[in-house]
Design a binder for this molecule. Structure first.
Ligand code: OFO
Length: 169
Protein backbone atom coordinates (compact mmCIF):
# COMPACT_ATOMS: atom_id res chain seq x y z
CA UNK A 1 0.00 0.00 0.00
CA UNK A 2 1.26 3.45 -0.88
CA UNK A 3 2.15 5.74 2.02
CA UNK A 4 -0.59 8.48 2.05
CA UNK A 5 1.92 11.35 2.26
CA UNK A 6 3.82 9.95 -0.70
CA UNK A 7 0.60 9.46 -2.63
CA UNK A 8 -0.32 13.13 -2.19
CA UNK A 9 3.10 14.28 -3.38
CA UNK A 10 3.19 11.86 -6.33
CA UNK A 11 -0.22 13.15 -7.37
CA UNK A 12 1.09 16.71 -7.31
CA UNK A 13 4.03 15.59 -9.42
CA UNK A 14 1.91 13.86 -12.04
CA UNK A 15 -0.09 17.03 -12.48
CA UNK A 16 3.12 19.05 -12.80
CA UNK A 17 4.19 16.70 -15.60
CA UNK A 18 0.80 17.27 -17.24
CA UNK A 19 1.28 21.01 -16.84
CA UNK A 20 4.72 20.80 -18.48
CA UNK A 21 3.15 18.91 -21.40
CA UNK A 22 0.54 21.68 -21.83
CA UNK A 23 3.12 24.46 -21.57
CA UNK A 24 5.35 22.83 -24.22
CA UNK A 25 2.38 22.16 -26.47
CA UNK A 26 1.44 25.86 -26.30
CA UNK A 27 5.08 26.79 -27.02
CA UNK A 28 5.06 24.44 -29.96
CA UNK A 29 1.93 26.00 -31.39
CA UNK A 30 3.48 29.46 -31.07
CA UNK A 31 6.65 28.22 -32.84
CA UNK A 32 4.61 26.71 -35.67
CA UNK A 33 2.65 29.94 -36.08
CA UNK A 34 5.94 31.85 -36.28
CA UNK A 35 7.24 29.52 -39.01
CA UNK A 36 9.85 27.72 -36.88
CA UNK A 37 9.11 24.21 -38.14
CA UNK A 38 12.05 22.49 -36.47
CA UNK A 39 11.44 24.11 -33.07
CA UNK A 40 7.79 23.22 -33.37
CA UNK A 41 8.53 19.51 -34.00
CA UNK A 42 11.06 19.49 -31.16
CA UNK A 43 8.50 20.93 -28.76
CA UNK A 44 5.65 18.66 -29.90
CA UNK A 45 7.92 15.72 -29.11
CA UNK A 46 8.90 17.24 -25.77
CA UNK A 47 5.25 17.80 -24.90
CA UNK A 48 4.47 14.15 -25.71
CA UNK A 49 7.36 13.03 -23.51
CA UNK A 50 6.04 15.02 -20.56
CA UNK A 51 2.69 13.32 -21.02
CA UNK A 52 4.46 9.96 -20.88
CA UNK A 53 6.15 11.08 -17.65
CA UNK A 54 2.71 11.88 -16.27
CA UNK A 55 1.34 8.49 -17.33
CA UNK A 56 4.24 6.66 -15.66
CA UNK A 57 3.23 8.32 -12.39
CA UNK A 58 -0.47 7.54 -12.90
CA UNK A 59 0.33 3.87 -13.48
CA UNK A 60 2.77 3.67 -10.58
CA UNK A 61 0.36 5.20 -8.05
CA UNK A 62 -2.46 2.90 -9.13
CA UNK A 63 -0.26 -0.19 -9.26
CA UNK A 64 0.80 0.47 -5.69
CA UNK A 65 -2.81 0.51 -4.52
CA UNK A 66 -3.29 4.27 -4.53
CA UNK A 67 -5.45 6.46 -6.75
CA UNK A 68 -3.96 8.85 -9.26
CA UNK A 69 -6.00 12.05 -9.34
CA UNK A 70 -6.05 14.19 -12.49
CA UNK A 71 -6.65 17.89 -11.89
CA UNK A 72 -7.38 20.93 -14.04
CA UNK A 73 -4.27 22.65 -15.37
CA UNK A 74 -3.35 26.34 -15.38
CA UNK A 75 -3.69 28.20 -18.67
CA UNK A 76 -0.32 28.03 -20.48
CA UNK A 77 1.36 31.15 -21.86
CA UNK A 78 0.71 31.36 -25.60
CA UNK A 79 2.93 34.21 -26.80
CA UNK A 80 6.70 34.75 -26.68
CA UNK A 81 8.79 37.63 -27.90
CA UNK A 82 11.58 35.39 -29.17
CA UNK A 83 12.94 31.84 -29.25
CA UNK A 84 15.36 32.93 -26.53
CA UNK A 85 12.53 33.92 -24.21
CA UNK A 86 10.75 30.66 -24.97
CA UNK A 87 13.76 28.46 -24.19
CA UNK A 88 14.63 30.50 -21.10
CA UNK A 89 11.16 29.84 -19.84
CA UNK A 90 11.50 26.12 -20.68
CA UNK A 91 14.83 25.93 -18.83
CA UNK A 92 13.36 27.66 -15.76
CA UNK A 93 10.45 25.24 -15.82
CA UNK A 94 12.75 22.22 -15.97
CA UNK A 95 14.82 23.56 -13.07
CA UNK A 96 11.64 23.93 -11.03
CA UNK A 97 10.57 20.38 -11.86
CA UNK A 98 14.02 19.08 -10.85
CA UNK A 99 13.69 20.78 -7.47
CA UNK A 100 10.28 19.19 -6.96
CA UNK A 101 11.65 15.76 -7.86
CA UNK A 102 14.49 16.23 -5.39
CA UNK A 103 12.03 17.13 -2.64
CA UNK A 104 10.04 14.02 -3.47
CA UNK A 105 13.14 11.83 -3.33
CA UNK A 106 13.96 13.37 0.02
CA UNK A 107 10.47 12.57 1.30
CA UNK A 108 10.73 8.92 0.23
CA UNK A 109 13.88 8.56 2.32
CA UNK A 110 12.30 10.20 5.36
CA UNK A 111 9.24 7.94 4.98
CA UNK A 112 11.39 4.88 4.20
CA UNK A 113 9.50 4.20 0.99
CA UNK A 114 12.35 2.58 -0.90
CA UNK A 115 10.22 1.35 -3.83
CA UNK A 116 9.13 4.89 -4.66
CA UNK A 117 12.69 6.05 -4.07
CA UNK A 118 13.83 3.54 -6.65
CA UNK A 119 11.02 4.47 -9.05
CA UNK A 120 11.97 8.16 -8.86
CA UNK A 121 15.57 7.56 -9.91
CA UNK A 122 14.38 7.46 -13.53
CA UNK A 123 13.00 11.00 -13.08
CA UNK A 124 16.22 12.20 -11.48
CA UNK A 125 18.21 11.01 -14.50
CA UNK A 126 15.65 12.43 -16.92
CA UNK A 127 15.80 15.87 -15.31
CA UNK A 128 19.60 15.95 -15.61
CA UNK A 129 19.26 15.23 -19.32
CA UNK A 130 16.49 17.77 -19.88
CA UNK A 131 18.32 20.55 -18.06
CA UNK A 132 21.49 19.76 -20.04
CA UNK A 133 19.59 19.94 -23.32
CA UNK A 134 17.80 23.20 -22.46
CA UNK A 135 21.13 24.78 -21.45
CA UNK A 136 22.77 23.60 -24.67
CA UNK A 137 19.97 25.17 -26.72
CA UNK A 138 20.22 28.45 -24.80
CA UNK A 139 23.99 28.57 -25.34
CA UNK A 140 23.44 28.14 -29.08
CA UNK A 141 20.81 30.89 -29.14
CA UNK A 142 23.22 33.19 -27.30
CA UNK A 143 25.83 32.58 -29.97
CA UNK A 144 23.33 33.24 -32.78
CA UNK A 145 21.87 36.42 -31.28
CA UNK A 146 19.61 38.21 -33.79
CA UNK A 147 21.28 36.73 -36.87
CA UNK A 148 18.46 35.53 -39.16
CA UNK A 149 20.64 33.04 -41.04
CA UNK A 150 21.77 31.59 -37.72
CA UNK A 151 18.19 31.23 -36.54
CA UNK A 152 17.28 29.53 -39.81
CA UNK A 153 20.04 26.96 -39.31
CA UNK A 154 19.13 26.55 -35.64
CA UNK A 155 15.54 25.79 -36.60
CA UNK A 156 16.71 23.30 -39.22
CA UNK A 157 19.15 21.52 -36.88
CA UNK A 158 17.31 21.48 -33.55
CA UNK A 159 16.07 17.90 -34.03
CA UNK A 160 19.69 16.77 -33.85
CA UNK A 161 20.13 18.38 -30.42
CA UNK A 162 17.50 16.14 -28.94
CA UNK A 163 18.68 13.96 -26.10
CA UNK A 164 18.28 10.24 -25.96
CA UNK A 165 14.67 9.14 -26.17
CA UNK A 166 14.31 6.76 -23.25
CA UNK A 167 10.82 7.85 -22.25
CA UNK A 168 9.33 4.55 -23.22
CA UNK A 169 11.42 2.50 -20.79
FE1 OFO B 1 9.09 15.39 -17.03
O1 OFO B 1 10.72 15.89 -17.64
FE2 OFO B 1 10.71 17.73 -17.96
O2 OFO B 1 9.68 18.32 -16.74
Amino acid sequence: MLNPKIQIELNKQLNREGEASQIYLAMSSWAEYQGFEGVCEFLYTHSDEERIHMLKLVRYINERGGQAIITALPLPKDTYISLKELFESLFEHEKKVSEEINLLVDLTLRERDYSTHNFLQWYVAEQIEEERLAKLILDKLDLIGEDKGGLYLFDRDIQNFHGKDDTKT
